[in-house]
Design a protein around this ligand. Structure first.
Ligand code: HEM
Length: 581
């Protein structure tokens, strides 16, 4: 009830200063009897000195935990659990369950109130940053939003309301300022935050995504080799083969298809080929028989949610079920890796060839488990992202017939009869299709929020775009909000207007520094050129092969509403009718 009154009042007047929030909480709490019962009820079983000691102990615990922030919750949980018992023992007197319970209640209530008061107070290091009160108080609200998959929309809404810097968690900011974002993500900026620890389990080798610093740089060197222009040329025949099979399977369906599902089967088959020398035949089956997609979805959802409150990760990992998700995933990757090794490379310089350093270029050869972990990352990082981008591109084109017509005209001009739409040497001529891809990645970035970066907790803090950021602060740099910021893309920041990407266009604002679908800096997307190449190849072949329109009865306008953000955004079915051209 008190909470409802409090939320109601603050909702009606959202810009109340912090001291008013504290005042309202206090009055409502007193009025509702919460404070009275907290003082009166325990007095039946607790003498005043025990009561006061429990309060002081609670506040002291907050002061200590705040000063020496623990990395995990296991030791602090234990530490907090035993203290009320020790306090009771120290005070002596008759033991009763009621006395013990109230000691716990008073102790925990004191810690909680002390934390809330501090987080809302002007003494908190992030007090100068605006943001929703509930976010300042606890990360649990952010977890709830992330649970529902709406984090990307939440970030944008908060930036629309509070401006480019928003405090979205007790020690967390979201930044929608292109200059600051580039400083944060680029070389010399910040390392990955604890968000990424959720992807690691002590029993499994870390992949490139979960690493930072030197260890990341070493892995990245191998990945960079795998993504040079020469390496990509080796992969192109595989892309062409899988894209051709996709088109023939779509043709077999003879009518309405769910393109989200088919793009996903295509991308998984392709990455299975490149990362492990084959093994999936999902296009053939017309479905994901082995449930790889479900495994990825479960892994991504668990990691992205646990990443919201990283201090809980060591505790969660004590649960066998949690470890099992990560371990099973890892074993799955190792199984594929062993098959690839047994099968041999047959001279193909695929992704595995580079990840396993078959050329022997590294001083220390990676062990099979490490390469397997990276192979799995390749499947996760490359399949859902590419499939998401392809489906959004088709959705935008079918929703804007004029742009669809222009893309088709361009394709028909560049690829005249007998030309191969998979010929990458002609990509440079597909200027409008390229603009449509950029505009799709702008409005529907496949990773709409990315994980956090963190100011080194032992540092003296950092300054970005003239704002001082205290040590330990986590920072989101959300592409979705940045890409729709009218300060960078104007006019029509929320509309699909591919012309803004053409060199001859003259839009009032077109700041590509704010365009970060592949992130920036040393941990940006290593596969971005390959991703764009795939998008161009598949779209060219698809639109040359078929005329597309939304299936009859399909609610196309509602489709973007089904996008959910679990690090990589998921999409609902995209039902399209195809007729051969
Ligand atoms: C449209 C498609 C794609 C998009 C939008 C995309 C986006 C991204 C983004 C935003 C990151 C940085 C994530 C972070 O900072 O936490 C990333 C990282 C990464 N991506 Fe992509 N990606 C795509 C396709 C691909 C492909 C095709 C590959 C590989 C074949 C790939 C491999 C990777 C890898 C290995 C990383 C980790 C890099 C590192 O930590 O150094 N991605 N991607």
């Amino acid at each position: 009830m008190s909470l409802a009154i409090y939320l109601g009042t603050t909702q009606a007047t959202p810009d109340l200063p912090v001291r008013w929030h504290l005042g309202i909480v206090l009055i409502v709490a007193m009025d509702s009897g919460a404070i009275r019962s907290l003082v009166v009820l325990p007095s039946c079983v607790m003498d005043p000195s025990l009561f006061l000691s429990a309060v002081c102990l609670g506040v002291a615990n907050h002061a200590i935990l705040n000063r020496f922030e623990p990395r995990g919750a296991n030791a602090p949980f234990l530490f907090l659990t035993i203290q009320p018992m020790v306090l009771l023992l120290f005070f002596g007197g008759a033991f009763s369950p009621a006395r013990l319970m109230w000691t716990y209640v008073v102790f925990l209530a004191s810690i909680s109130l002390s934390i809330v008061a501090y987080r809302l107070s002007p003494f908190h290091p992030l007090a100068q940053f605006k943001g929703p009160t509930i976010g300042k108080v606890s990360k649990l609200w952010g977890l709830w939003i992330a649970w529902r998959g709406y984090q990307y929309l939440y970030h944008k809404r908060l930036h629309d309301k509070y401006g480019p810097w928003v405090r979205i968690g007790p020690n967390e900011l979201s930044v929608n300022d292109a200059h600051a974002v580039s400083q944060i993500l680029s070389v010399g900026g910040l390392d990955k935050g604890r968000f990424y620890e959720a992807e690691r389990h002590p029993s499994t080798p870390p992949s490139i995504v979960a690493l930072s610093g030197e260890a990341h740089a070493a892995k990245r060197r191998v990945w960079n080799r795998a993504m040079t222009s020469a390496s990509m040329r080796e992969y192109e025949p595989r892309v062409a083969q899988r894209a051709t099979r996709l088109i023939s399977r779509l043709g077999d369906e003879n009518g309405t298809v769910d393109l989200v599902a088919w793009f996903s089967l295509f991308a998984l088959d392709l990455m299975g080929d490149l990362a492990f020398g084959g093994g999936f035949e999902m296009l053939e089956d017309g479905e994901d028989v082995a449930g790889v997609k479900d495994k990825i979805a479960l892994f991504m959802a668990s990691a992205s949610l646990a990443g919201q409150i990283p201090w809980i990760v060591p505790t969660l990992q004590l649960l066998p079920q949690v470890g099992r998700v990560i371990q099973e995933f890892n074993e799955f990757g190792q199984g594929l890796a062993i098959q690839r090794v047994v099968r041999g490379g047959s001279g193909v310089k695929d992704l595995w060839y580079h990840l396993a350093d078959e050329a022997g270029l590294e001083k220390v050869q990676p062990i099979l488990e490490d390469s397997a972990a990276d192979g799995i990352v390749a499947i996760i990082a490359a399949s859902d992202t590419t499939a998401s981008a392809l489906s959004s591109l088709v959705w935008f084109l079918l929703s804007s017939p004029e742009y669809y017509r222009r893309v088709q005209l361009e394709l028909d001009t560049v690829f005249v009869d007998g030309d191969d739409p998979l010929d990458v040497s002609k990509h440079a001529q597909l200027r409008f299709l390229s603009a449509c891809i950029n505009e799709t990645l702008r409005l529907h970035p496949p990773t709409p929020s990315i994980g956090t970066r963190q100011v080194e907790p032992t540092s003296a803090g950092r300054t970005f775009a003239a704002r001082f950021i205290p040590a330990g602060t986590s920072m989101y740099t959300p592409p979705y909000a940045l890409h729709r910021n009218p300060a960078y893309f104007f006019p029509h920041p929320d509309q699909f207007v591919p012309d803004r990407w053409l060199p001859e266009s003259n839009f009032a604002k077109h700041d590509t520094a704010a365009f970060i679908p592949f992130s920036l800096g040393s941990a940006n997307c290593v596969g971005q050129k390959f991703a764009k190449r795939q998008l161009m190849m598949v779209t060219s072949l698809l639109l040359k092969s078929f005329n597309l329109r939304f299936a009859v009865g399909f609610d196309s306008e509602a489709w973007p509403g089904h996008i959910r953000d679990y690090f990589v955004a998921t999409r609902g079915p995209l039902l399209v009718d195809l007729t051969p051209r």
